[in-house]
Design a protein around this ligand. Structure first.
Ligand code: PEP
Ligand code: MN
Length: 341
């Protein structure tokens, strides 16, 4: 239930409503817009209704949230889009974030070389995995803590905020030492205990869509983070499983306008894992930008032929400047600026 407060409602009146909602065992999420404050009462609808809040001091009216996800729904923000601020870069609404870097952190030279290249060419953030969710348990699993240390060095040198994945709740503290954005991989989209735990940390989360997840399932997964009080969630379309086998995954570009209608959260697109081949990554990045994505997350490597994982889909550092320029141009056509400091 959404409790819409009057424009002139006082702090005390807002607090009084929050207390009454919490007293019946529901949680209250206060969202202060430019004019109005809205309190999302999440929990049993009948109990909130039984409070008789219509007519309470400062309350204007009550509106039921019709979607199964509440805090993620566009309705909750009354159509306003969320803009996240991450290390001085803005993401969302008119701010487009180019997030770039290697699939996995392999070595000091590789990480720093890629980081310098993407920093020089307009990337807003550096991506790189230290913990890798590999399909085979016999594949390289990431450098772990050593990988996190290398990301820290890259951050210190370039100033780029870091996006890196956490796979296990036991690694959250270590990952938080370096991550400005914590990535939850496609295979973990429905790891609800991990999502709730990340919600409690308050650190921005990039939540990837599961291989076979519907948009409703993705939005409900994001709700696990939001309901713990962490409002900093970006959703990521990275390709889904369909009958098509000519490429790695089907990049669901429809998800961009549909999610932008359903939710206020920023929508990021990962063309690399969908395409699986670098010459398909650029056209799909441009298509994502044209369709209104709030950013792309793309894999870049200094020596793609030698990469430990996902080399065929990595943009070589030598071609990244041209790639970034094209993405910037199309994002501008869609009314967005490349977010950078
Ligand atoms: C990744 O970003 O490196 C990755 C493994 O992505 P996904 O979880 O989308 O497969
Ligand atoms: Mn990868």
């Amino acid at each position: 239930m959404m409790i819409v407060m009057k424009a002139e409602a006082t702090e005390e009146q807002i607090e009084a409503v929050v207390r009454r909602v919490e007293d019946v065992g529901c949680s209250a999420h206060v969202s202060s817009g430019e004019v109005l404050t809205v309190i999302g009462a999440i929990g049993d609808r009948d109990r909130v209704q039984s409070l008789g809040l219509e007519g309470a001091p400062g309350v204007d009216h009550l509106v039921p949230i019709l979607k199964p996800y509440k805090l993620a729904s566009s309705q909750f923000k009354k159509g306003e889009r969320t803009v996240l601020e991450i290390g001085g870069r803005e993401v969302g609404n008119e701010h487009f974030a180019l997030i770039a870097g290697p699939c996995t952190v392999e070595s000091r030279d590789q990480t720093l070389e890629v980081a310098r290249c993407v920093a020089e060419n307009g990337a807003a953030m550096l991506r790189g995995g230290a913990y890798k969710p590999r399909t085979s348990p016999y594949s390289f699993q990431g450098l772990g803590q050593e990988g996190l240390r290398l990301l820290q060095e890259a951050k210190q040198e370039t100033g780029l905020p870091i996006v890196t994945e956490v796979m296990d709740v036991r690694d959250i503290d270590d990952v938080l030492e370096v991550a400005d954005v914590v990535q939850v991989g496609a295979r973990n989209m429905q790891n609800y205990s991990l999502l709730s735990e990340l919600g409690r940390t308050g650190r921005p989360v990039l939540l990837k869509r599961g291989l076979s997840a519907t948009l409703d399932e993705l939005l409900l997964a994001s709700e696990y983070v939001l309901k713990e009080g962490n409002e900093a969630v970006m959703l990521c379309e990275r390709g889904i499983r369909t009958h098509e086998t000519a490429y790695r995954f089907t990049l669901d570009l429809m998800a961009i306008p549909v999610l932008r209608e359903l939710t206020h959260l920023p929508v990021i697109v990962d063309p690399s894992h969908a395409a699986g081949r670098r010459d398909w990554v650029q056209p799909m990045s441009l298509a994502a930008a044209a369709a209104g994505a709030d950013g792309v997350i793309v894999e870049v490597h200094n020596e793609p032929d030698e990469a430990i994982c996902d080399g065929p889909q990595a943009i070589p550092t030598g071609r990244f400047a041209e790639y970034a320029e094209q993405v910037r141009r199309i994002a501008a056509v869609a009314g967005k600026d490349l977010s950078r400091v």
